[in-house]
Design a protein around this ligand. Structure first.
Ligand code: AQP
Length: 322
């Protein structure tokens, strides 16, 4: 059975981009024969300056939102990365087979380390931890957006080299694109992707945003001065992003629109229709944080034997004692 793994960084509040680009494909994957693993990658959220209280709260909130959006704990193992210590153990073993230059040339490292402030060593080695996250579970498929392509390639390189040098140990994973392109852009700057860590929340629709907030953000979405509703991501990125959001939310190709105002109204309605049941379910689950913690503990227990087995194989291949 194909195993598919998806990770979510608790670096901020999950947003519409996360939902359409990753959470919905994950939920849909549960219907097929695919075995699904959903992981809150809390250790990745520590590669930049972080607040411990916020990290704990966001980890629980991300898990709660995944459940509210349809992750079924009977079919998907849901857990936090740090709850399975084999992630950090395999990370170290893989670091011993990765060159400094391979990590240092990652675009994300270059961009984030150039942002100013002290650069954590974990920011440099994070793609190797990501390789460990994937290789630990013999995942065949990893959904990847453009910005993670380079990291997945590094994972494949590390796995292939390890297998060739120390003997067959890891499944070499394939990156898969979600069926629909679903790269949702920032409403205030449609040339950038909607992101948890963007400077302002104006262009980001949070999964828990109230209807009035959604309306404000969509009605202020940046468009252009052409005044024609046309799908042209190059020439009209703002309008095209709104059309993409509408199509993703309704599951239908948008019809013709006489002006931007009517398009924005329909986007507001479609987004709210999609988010309202998630908000409602989230509120119910948030009332019972003990339940969410139990689900995470169960998820951890479910995946740990596979994680242990992989680490055992890797240790033996590298010449470490039992
Ligand atoms: N804008 C987006 N459109 C479509 N898919 C998106 N994803 C993220 N943003 C969009 C997908 O959501 C999953 C989880 O993402 P992540 O938590 O690993 O972090 P990220 O990709 O780095 O997303 P952010 O929001 O931009 O986080 P920060 O600001 O912390 O870097 C992934 O499958 C991702 O492709």
């Amino acid at each position: 059975m194909t195993k598919r793994l998806t990770g979510f960084q608790p670096t901020g509040n999950l947003h519409l981009g996360n939902l359409l680009g990753a959470m919905r494909p994950l939920v849909a994957g549960q219907e097929s024969a695919t075995e699904t693993i959903a992981m809150i990658v809390d250790l990745h959220a520590m590669t930049m300056e972080h607040d411990p209280r916020a990290l704990r709260a966001r980890t629980l909130e991300a898990a709660t939102l995944l459940l509210a959006a349809g992750v079924d704990p009977r079919r998907t193992a849901l857990f936090a990365q740090s709850q399975v210590p084999e992630h950090t153990e395999l990370h170290y073993l893989l670091e011993c087979t990765t060159a400094y230059g391979e990590a240092a040339r990652m675009i994300q490292f270059k961009e984030k380390s150039a942002a100013g402030g002290p650069v954590r060593l974990s920011l440099l080695t994070y793609p190797v931890l990501m390789a460990a996250d994937i290789l630990l579970y013999d995942a065949h498929e990893v959904p990847v957006g453009d910005d993670q392509n380079q990291h997945l390639e590094l994972t494949r390189t590390i796995a292939e080299r390890f297998n060739a040098r120390y003997g067959e140990t890891f499944v070499v994973p394939e990156g898969v694109r979600p069926e629909s392109a679903a790269r949702i852009m920032d409403l205030a700057d449609p040339t950038r992707k909607m992101s948890k860590s963007s400077a302002t929340a104006a262009g980001r629709i949070g999964l828990l945003d109230e209807p009035e907030v959604i309306r404000k953000k969509t009605s202020r979405a940046v468009t252009d001065t052409l005044g024609v509703v046309r799908y042209d991501p190059e020439g009209q990125p703002g309008v095209s992003n709104l059309l993409d959001i509408l199509a993703e939310c309704t599951g239908e190709r948008p019809g013709a629109y006489p002006n931007y105002g009517t398009l924005k109204r329909d986007v507001t309605d479609a987004v709210d229709t999609l988010l309202a049941p998630i908000r409602k379910r989230h509120a119910e689950l948030a009332d019972d944080p003990g339940y969410v913690r139990e689900i995470l503990a169960e998820g951890k227990t479910r995946v740990r034997p596979a994680a242990r087995a992989t680490v055992r194989r890797a240790r033996a291949a590298l010449g470490l004692l039992d």
